[in-house]
Design a protein around this ligand. Structure first.
Ligand SMILES: [Ca+2]
Ligand SMILES: [Ca+2]
Ligand SMILES: [Ca+2]
Length: 257
């Protein structure tokens, strides 16, 4: 009979009382901040002491008080029902749960109650911020690309090259790009697109001469906002193609005839 009562009527009773308490009782608000990537079981806070329950309840009441989540949190936490301690129950990857967000916020609602006499004390609302770490380096989709450029190509012509991504927040995301060596016959041009992404182009600074240099090996480097910055790079191999002018083509055909 007791099991049936708990199964069928306790949730309704809890809900009714919680709604009543929400209307009648002041709600305590706490703010916690944790870093991402903490080990499982990392301490988050102690709602019993942080909410200053001792200022509103007797020692006897506090000995009997229990803490429960009002609803399942979006992230996995362990709440000790007697002590009010909260620990992480999963490794939180901010870059995955709040991709590119300026702030990574979660709400936890905890109810303090005394089950023995079915008495609700109050609801403790927690605002939890997960801080970012610079735990990702910029990464290009491929380690190396190859391209062919005609020696007839005019300065200013270029081609789009793949860009790197860094899943950290803006602060620790990609801050700049470099072409190495800087004194090559190419320049790196960057353009911000309307969707917020970046387009990179390798642009010719001067005309190429295949007899002088038949290929160029370069590297494009992306660096992020860490101190020191993390970097990622991609090799670029440019082969200079032979330029055959129309006149050369005609004379070639004349020679053959
Ligand atoms: Ca992460
Ligand atoms: Ca980063
Ligand atoms: Ca991160």
């Amino acid at each position: 009979m007791r099991t049936v009562w708990i199964k069928h009527f306790l949730p309704i009773w809890l809900l009714t009382l919680v709604m009543y308490v929400r209307c009648q009782q002041p709600q305590q608000k706490l703010s916690y901040t944790i870093s991402e990537e903490l080990e499982l079981g990392a301490f988050v806070g102690n709602v019993k002491s942080d909410a200053n329950l001792h200022e509103r309840y007797t020692a006897e009441e506090l000995n009997k008080v229990k803490f429960r989540f009002l609803s399942t949190p979006d992230l996995d936490f362990t709440l000790a029902e007697d002590s009010g301690f909260i620990w992480t129950a999963e490794r939180i990857d901010r870059d995955q749960v709040c991709p590119k967000a300026t702030q990574c916020m979660f709400n936890l609602d905890i109810v303090a109650l005394i089950p023995e006499n079915m008495r609700f004390l109050e609801i403790i609302k927690i605002s939890l911020e997960v801080l970012d770490l610079n735990d990702n380096s910029p990464q290009f989709p491929e380690p190396k690309i190859a391209h062919r450029v005609s020696e007839s190509a005019m300065p200013g012509t270029g081609f789009v090259i793949p860009t790197a991504i860094d899943p950290d927040s803006e602060e620790y995301g990609i801050q700049g790009w470099e072409l190495w060596p800087a004194d090559s016959k190419f320049d790196l041009h960057m353009r911000n697109k309307v969707d917020g992404s970046v387009e990179l182009r390798l642009v010719l600074k001067e005309m190429l001469d295949r007899e002088e240099e038949s290929y160029y090996d370069m590297k494009v480097i992306a660096y992020d906002g860490g101190q020191p910055p993390k970097t990622g790079s991609m090799d670029i191999h440019v082969e200079v193609c032979l330029y055959i002018s129309l006149q050369q083509t005609l004379s070639f055909h004349e020679d053959k005839s």
